[in-house]
Design a protein around this ligand. Structure first.
Ligand code: GLN
Length: 538
C-alpha cells in the first residue's frame, strides 16, 4: 500500500483539497483504487457546531459524519465512498487519547504529544488503509506549515513515512509563488522558506505544487528546484484554473504529476484515460444553452457556505448542456426590497439548508414568489420547511404558521421537533444525520425524476413536517411524494399544479457529481431551461 501526504505552505486557501482530489481523479483513471483522508488541526471534535463563517459548509457523509468541505471535493472528483474514518481532527485525537488514559491503557506512563498523540494519528492512517483496501491513500494535512497546532500531524507523517519507507510514502507540498506587481515578478522566497520550515521538522518534499497566477517559466522552476532541493521535473506549476475547478486533473496531467507520483511510488500502470473527463469539461466550457438560477440564502457573500449546492447546480447544467449563471440572493434583501424586485427574471429559485432566524421571512417570500409566478423551485431541507410554512400561511390561511425553531409559541407549528429530538440537550452529532431510505409515491414528480421508488439520501436536521397538518395540506393540493419507509416522516413535497415545485427534507447536493448529476438538480435546470424557451416563444 502506498501513501501520499499533502501539506500546504505560505498561505491558506491554496486549494490543497482540490489538488489532492484532482490527483485522486488521475490515479483512479490509471486503474488504481484510491482513498482520501483529511486531518484538521483544530480542537473541535468535528465541524458540526461551527459557524459557516468560520468553516464554510459542513459536508455530511452516508454514515452521518459531519466533516470538512474538502471531503466533498474528494467524493465529487473520485469514486470513493467516505466514512468518518476519512476526517480526523485534533479534537478527536485528544479525546481518544484521554479516554484511553482514563481507562488505564497507559498506566504508569506520562501521556505526551510524542509519542501518544502522534501514535494515535498514525494509527488512524493504518486503520483507513486496512478498511479501504486502497492501493493509494492520499492524506491532506489542513492548515499551513508553521502553524503550532499542525506540528503533531507533521511529526506523525514524518515518522509514518520513515517506518513504511520512501518507496511507499511521499510528500507533496502545495505552495504559493506570488506575483509582486510593483516588481513585475513572481517571487520564490516564501516557497523557499516554507520548504525550509518543513525540512526543520524532518520532511523533505518529493513534489512541489506551485500555485501561481502566471506561468513559472524555466528559470524560476530551476531556481525553486535548486533552493528547495527538489528535482526540476518535480516542481509543478498550478496556475489558477480559468473556468472550472474540474479542469484541475487535466492541468496536473499536463504537468505529469501522476507519472511522477507513480514513478516515485513504484506503481506500474497505464497512463490515465481522461476522455470521459474531457467531455465533462467541454460541456462546462461550451454549453449550448444558458440559464440563470437564484440561490436565496443567509451566508450568500461566503461562497464556501453553500459549496456543494453550487457544485450540484453546475452538474445539473452539465446534464442539460446548459451553462448556469448563479445569482446569489441575500434573504434579508428580499425582506427589505421585496421578492418581485430581487427575483424577477430568474429561470429558477433554490432555497438551500440553514439554521437560525435571520433571513427566514425572505426565504418564505422566495417560496411564495416561485409558487405564485410558476418559477421552478427547488427547496433543500430548510428550503422545504419554508415552502411548507408559506403554503400554510398563504393558501391554508394559517397566518401565524411557523416552525417552532423560529417561533416556539406559534399557534400553527407546521414544522416542529420530533419527540426524540426534544430530550436532546448536547449539541455535537445529535441531529438526524446521514443516509436514510425514502420511499416515493408512484407517478409523482420525484418518482419520475429519480426513476425509482426507494432512494437513499443524506440528512442533517432536527425539525420535521408536523403530520397533524397532513390532511389540510393534502386537501389544498400540496402533495407529499416521499416519506420515510415507516411512513412517519415527510421527506419530499411538491405542487402538482405548478411546472416544477419540489422540496426535500434531505440534502441531495451531497450526492451529485460532475459525471453523475443528481436527478433533482438535473430536473430543476431542465425546468428552468424550458421556462426560458417558453418565454422566448411567447
Ligand atoms: N434548521 C432546520 C432543522 O434543523 C433545517 C436544517 C437544514 O437545513 N440543514 O431542521
Amino acid at each position: 500500500m502506498k501513501f501520499i501526504f499533502v501539506t500546504g505552505g505560505v498561505v491558506s486557501s491554496l486549494g490543497k483539497g482540490l489538488t489532492a482530489a484532482a490527483l485522486g481523479t488521475l490515479l483512479e483513471n490509471r486503474g488504481l483504487k484510491v482513498s482520501l483522508q483529511k486531518f484538521d488541526p483544530y480542537l473541535n471534535v468535528d465541524p458540526g457546531t461551527m459557524n459557516p463563517y468560520q468553516h464554510g459548509e459542513v459536508y455530511v457523509l452516508d454514515d452521518g459524519a459531519e466533516t470538512d468541505l474538502d471531503l466533498g471535493h474528494y467524493e465529487r472528483f473520485t469514486n470513493v465512498k467516505l466514512t468518518r474514518m476519512n476526517n480526523l481532527t485534533s479534537g478527536q485525537v485528544y479525546q481518544t487519547v484521554l479516554d484511553k488514559e482514563r481507562r488505564g491503557d497507559y498506566l504508569g506512563k506520562t501521556v505526551q504529544v510524542i509519542p501518544h498523540i502522534t501514535d494515535e494519528i498514525q494509527h488512524r492512517i493504518h486503520l483507513l488503509a486496512d478498511q479501504s483496501k486502497a492501493d493509494v491513500i492520499i492524506t491532506e494535512i489542513g492548515g499551513t506549515t508553521g502553524d503550532i497546532e499542525g506540528l503533531p500531524f507533521l511529526e506523525a507523517i514524518r515518522e509514518f513515512a520513515l517506518r513504511v519507507g520512501y518507496n511507499n510514502a511521499i510528500f507533496l507540498h502545495v505552495t504559493y509563488v506570488p506575483f509582486i506587481k510593483a516588481a513585475g515578478e513572481l517571487k520564490t522566497k516564501p516557497t523557499q522558506q516554507s520548504v525550509a520550515k518543513l525540512r526543520e521538522i524532518g520532511i523533505t518534499p518529493h513534489i512541489l505544487v506551485c500555485r501561481c497566477e502566471r506561468p513559472l517559466g524555466r528559470d524560476l522552476r530551476e531556481k525553486i528546484s535548486l533552493f528547495c532541493n527538489v528535482p526540476y521535473e518535480a516542481v509543478v506549476e498550478e496556475t489558477d484554473v480559468e473556468h472550472t475547478i474540474y479542469e484541475l486533473p487535466l492541468m496536473l496531467q499536463r504537468e505529469r504529476v501522476d507519472d511522477l507520483v507513480c514513478r516515485l511510488l513504484h506503481l506500474d500502470t497505464a497512463p490515465a484515460n481522461m476522455v470521459h473527463w474531457q467531455e465533462i469539461i467541454r460541456k462546462l466550457l461550451a454549453p449550448r444553452h444558458r440559464v440563470r438560477i437564484g440561490v436565496v440564502g443567509k451566508y450568500i457573500e461566503l461562497h464556501d457556505a453553500y459549496k456543494s449546492v453550487y457544485e450540484a447546480i453546475t452538474h445539473g447544467g452539465v446534464a442539460n448542456d446548459c451553462g448556469v449563471e448563479i445569482e446569489k440572493v441575500e434573504a434579508e434583501a428580499i425582506e427589505k426590497f421585496g421578492a418581485e424586485k430581487m427575483l424577477k427574471g430568474l429561470g429558477g429559485i433554490l432555497v438551500p439548508g440553514g439554521f437560525g432566524e435571520r433571513g427566514i421571512e425572505g426565504k418564505i417570500e422566495a417560496a411564495r414568489y416561485a409558487r405564485e409566478q410558476n418559477v421552478p423551485y427547488l427547496g433543500l431541507c430548510l428550503g422545504m420547511q419554508v415552502a411548507t410554512i408559506e403554503f400554510a400561511r398563504n393558501v391554508l390561511k394559517l397566518e401565524k404558521a411557523h416552525s417552532t425553531e423560529f417561533h416556539p409559541e406559534t399557534p400553527h407549528p407546521v414544522i416542529a421537533l420530533l419527540d426524540e429530538q426534544k430530550k436532546i440537550t448536547s449539541k455535537g452529532g445529535t441531529m438526524r444525520l446521514g443516509r436514510q431510505a425514502c420511499q416515493l409515491v408512484l407517478g409523482s414528480l420525484a418518482n419520475h425524476l429519480y426513476g425509482a421508488f426507494i432512494i437513499n439520501e443524506r440528512h442533517r436536521h432536527r425539525y420535521e413536517f408536523n403530520n397533524d397538518y397532513h390532511d389540510a395540506f393534502a386537501k389544498a393540493g400540496f402533495s407529499f411524494s416521499g416519506s420515510s419507509p415507516d411512513g412517519k416522516l415527510v421527506e419530499v413535497v411538491e405542487l402538482p399544479n405548478h411546472p416544477f415545485f419540489i422540496a426535500c427534507q434531505f440534502h441531495p447536493e451531497f450526492q451529485s457529481k460532475p459525471d453523475l448529476p443528481h436527478p433533482l438538480f438535473k430536473g430543476f435546470i431542465a425546468a428552468a431551461h424550458i421556462r426560458l424557451h417558453q418565454k422566448l416563444l411567447r
